[in-house]
Design a protein around this ligand. Sequence first.
Ligand code: GLC
Length: 464
Amino acid sequence: MNQEARQRAWRLLEESVVTYRGEPVGTVAAHDPETEALNYDQVFTRDFAISAFAFLLDGRPEIVRHFLTAAVRLQSHERQLDCFKPGEGLIPASFKVTGDGADEQLTGDFGEHAIARVAPVDSGFWWLLMLQAYVHVTDDRAFLSQASVQQAIRLVLDLSMTSRFDMFPTMLVPDGSFMIDRRMGVYGYPIDIQAQFFAALCAASNLLDADEPANAPYRAALDERLPHLAHHVRTYYWLDLERLNQIYRYGMEEYGPAAVNKFNIHPDAIPDWLMDWLPETGGYLLGNVGPGRLDYRYFAQGNLLACAAGLATEAQTAALMQLIAQRYDDLIGQVPLKLCFPALEGQDWRLLTGCDPKNRPWSYHNGGNWPVLLWLLALVGLRTGADELVERALSDAERRLVQDDWPEYYDGRRGRLVGQQARRRQTWSAAGYLVACQLLERPERIELLHLGRSVEGASCAMPV
Ligand code: GLC
């Protein structure tokens, strides 16, 4: 590990800290002096989560506690029948501090000010993961048992677990409701959301106070949901050569509980690239599973988080790391690591992104490389003994990150070019790198983040 790179990353992180009434409360998304700030001068929940992990592992929990409190205060608290206001329990995508001195105010953005008004489904999940890591590192039970904190947990669960039009244990969401916050065909049941949902539900079941009577129905609902969710993802999202061959030979139009082809998948929809690309050994979790639909794209955050949180089985985790090692150029690349593979091109790009120029093929969310994901690669890699792969990825990353001043993302099939519209001095690029270094230096720190728990999959996930 390069000490100079680490020092620079810490400096960037420290310079990005925002204060509210004299206390540190978060980090801005980016600090690029050459580009218009737009909303990158705000504290994003998902971006701050990675900073929070870096601060916690460095023994600096205060900023995390202040952030957690600010998010509780901003959480939407009124049951809404107003279609223009956020639903009760939503944690903002980002917030900013306005005014001076005693007049300072926190103002949250629930998507109203984001491009195309996308609501952040993932914010509540990141909030739970940060809370869990904070409590685990500090043992601050007094903070956790505050009525407002326990209530905030229940509100996130109300919003994400209540049945509406769902037929599966997975969570139904609109397009672009998480890190990929633009239209990318990631609506329905995207793996990134399912992995976060699972990790967050595990966190909630660890964090809900067992002595609080109001928590009892939530704890029971979690105990029931988690095994079903685990079984569903492990069974229907998993893809390796054997499973691909089953899908290839599927029968069609089967009804009822005996159906083998449960989602009525048509083998003709298997994309050409996959047949030769999938190695003999190794596998991954599909990008999306729903009626008549398998999205065969590989998404790094969902796959790695599923492994980190124990949603993927141990065998699946080992197989994912085999796939990553065998397809290193595609999935890690020159500056790690690929967010989504392969890119949507041609007619797929036109239809699924709506001709989005920022997401043209092999750029940004659509096949760009994102250094922020290094922390997850390190976490899963070190757990499975892939230390060499992690070290290689980190040393490639640090060289370019320092040289290019911490870009938000890289473009190209192998991630060689600084992203076309990437900001420099992007906080989570530095934080993702730092957490990876912290874990590599002392792998026992992985347990401090306390992601997930062991959940046995239920034997039948879909009652009919
Ligand atoms: C972009 C990313 C989003 C991130 C935000 C701030 O909108 O798509 O994931 O949270 O920038 O960095």
